[in-house]
Ligand binder design. Structure first.
Ligand SMILES: Cc1cc2nc3c(=O)[nH]c(=O)nc-3n(C[C@H](O)[C@H](O)[C@H](O)COP(=O)(O)OP(=O)(O)OC[C@H]3O[C@@H](n4cnc5c(N)ncnc54)[C@H](O)[C@@H]3O)c2cc1C
Length: 283
């Protein structure tokens, strides 16, 4: 990885003609670790700006310096919880994607740009209190839930937390499966919340292409009721259930329609209700 925002900015400074306005300095953070899961997915951790405060589930703009000397930024959910000293991201690799065709090659020690202005709707503040929290995701839409699931507030607020993750192939579930396993054996969370609290968390992975224990779209399993019978919980209802949804636009619309059919209303930061939705990507 050769793109170093700090260096690129330095050259830009040197080349600037007298009298031209100062360019905005990019906020550089250092990559501390990288892990590849498949030819389509990887995760990485970066240093956290001391001043960055965010709510678990929010997203920020991150990127690299483009060849034209301008930052190339994209929205990314922060996958680490609000208390973590570092920031974690879980990323797609789009073959010809302007950002991820390069971002997938970052190595520890490289720098990325991070704009420290977190926003988003997948936050506890946007939901009314309830009994059961559903986290519905596809692909990298699991990222904000990786943050929320590591936040003790999630366990304090709900009696049951059910996270569904749907991908095409089994290896695309590795990140979520390992994360859920690590939470269930996390001694710090156990000490803080008690061993029974971690038992509240249930993981429901499905694949749509490769054969696995549970096949099919989660929308189909909501419609035919198998999601609820498999887990031994009642069908969605506005008295008990709260939901967060993060996936492709089509997935979000399908789940939203099913939640509304069940009587749940969409909430927002300023107007909490029974469910919230955020796109995992645009397009
Ligand atoms: C609120 C929000 C949060 C996001 N959080 C994440 C995140 O945590 N991790 C992440 O990898 N991406 C996330 N994205 C998508 C991200 O902003 C970029 O689109 C992605 O990094 C690809 O960038 P690119 O420049 O390589 O390609 P782009 O030009 O941005 O995208 C090219 C095409 O690739 C497809 N695509 C883009 N992102 C994805 C994806 N994540 N999964 C499947 N297909 C995709 C789309 O069809 C898109 O049209 C988020 C987007 C939004 C709006």
């Amino acid at each position: 990885m050769t793109t170093n925002p700090a260096t690129a900015e330095h050259h830009q400074d040197e080349a600037r003609a007298p009298g031209k306005p100062m360019p905005v300095l990019p906020d550089a953070q250092t990559v501390t670790s990288v892990r590849h899961y498949s030819d389509r997915l990887f995760s990485f951790r970066v240093t956290r700006p001391q001043s960055l405060r965010f709510r678990s589930g929010e997203f920020v703009m991150i990127g690299l310096m483009g060849e034209n000397g301008k930052p190339l930024l994209r929205a990314y959910s922060i996958a680490s919880p609000a208390w973590d000293e570092e920031l974690e991201f879980y990323s797609i690799k789009v073959q010809d994607g302007p950002l991820t065709s390069k971002l997938q090659h970052v190595q520890p020690g490289d720098q990325i740009i991070l704009r420290p202005k977190p926003v988003g709707t997948l936050v506890h503040d946007a939901l009314l209190p309830g009994k059961r929290l559903w986290l519905f995701s596809t692909g990298t839409g699991f990222a904000p839930f990786a943050s929320l699931l590591r936040d003790p507030e999630t366990f304090e607020k709900f009696d049951e937390i059910i996270v569904t993750h749907t991908c095409r192939d089994v290896d695309e579930l590795t990140y979520s499966r390992e994360l859920v396993e690590s939470i269930k054996s996390d001694e710090m969370l156990e000490e803080l919340l008690g061993v029974e609290a971690l038992g509240k968390l249930r993981y429901y992975p499905t694949t749509t292409r490769e054969q696995s224990g549970t096949m099919g779209r989660i929308t189909t399993r909501i419609e035919d009721g198998s999601l609820f019978s498999d887990l031994g919980v009642p069908a969605l209802n506005p008295e008990e259930d709260r939901a967060m949804v993060c996936g492709s636009l089509a997935f979000n619309l399908d789940i939203k329609a099913l939640l509304e059919q069940a009587g749940l209303r969409e909430g927002a930061n300023s107007d909490p209700a029974e469910f919230v939705v955020e796109k995992a990507f645009v397009g």
